[in-house]
Design a protein around this ligand. Sequence first.
Ligand code: UDP
Length: 329
Amino acid sequence: MNVLVIGGAGYIGSHCVRILQETGHRPVVLDNLAYGHKAAVPEEVPFHVGDLADRELVERILRTHRIDNVMHFAAFAYVGESVQDPLKYYSNNLAGPIRLLEAMRAAGVDRFVFSSTCATYGIPEKMPIREDAPQRPINPYGQTKLDFENCLKACAKAYGLRFAAFRYFNASGAAGDATIGEDHAPETHLIPLAIWAAQGRIPELTVFGDDYPTPDGTCLRDYIHVDDLSRAHVAVFEKLVEPGTALFYNLGTGKPASVLEVIRSVEKITGRKVPYSLGPRRDGDPPALYADSRKAKEELGWEPRFNKIDEIIESAWAWHRAHPEGYAK
Ligand code: UDP
């Protein structure tokens, strides 16, 4: 398939581009480079710099490259920022992708894969989380993702759009050859920050609360390898056959790790201390979030290959060790 990867220069998008190539598809990237890195995309992959809300540009790309399927990874994803500046999130994560769907309709492209998030569930009542759990996001970031899921559903019903939305848990790790990896600015995620602390790139890590109702008092999260996420995106293509197909899948290992377990794993893998101090809880952090991904396993034959936190951190460490400053700017 010819696949337009929007946000293909970002963390998850760039890994998906590699998996598409490995599985014999032809990716084309559209990225506005607001957060992405040109260096994350192989030179042979057609690359367009621009915005997903630019209807004319998107329509032209869809026609020129005879695109069969669009993948959308170009959302803003800083929860705190979404609370402080909600319009930035409604504009980029909801209004922009609506323009994109209009361009797809105009060009007659009707297959779509959307990166959604477990943040659409808010604070779940039951763990592990199944796809039919109530969706009650607690911040504008999660809300814009849920709103767009609902928009997709309506488009499937009305226009026959075929789509899959993947609700990711904690994307982590890096490509096996350590050529691409996680490089956010600003960085807010636990695993890269713990590695930075081990490398001395930051003086110390702050652990956000140790009085949660969990075995060691720190939050439990479901860390899922970015290549495992990417494989699910490709595996779903064969399901997008019937017009009006609307699919939702959680993607996680279902085996959560606590903040302290992540720190210990980083120390073991890197052979260095992770200096850290205890801070207050971070607003909006539920004690535990982990996935029931049985639906993806049963319907897509998908299995995570990275099931242990040590394996995920090993691959993240290989990237950070090879690129101590991230991508060359
Ligand atoms: N966390 C932490 N210190 C940090 C960053 C994160 O203790 O500097 C904790 C955070 O409270 C959460 C877990 O690590 O329990 C994972 O956070 P991250 O931001 O990586 O992902 P999220 O679960 O928020 O999507």
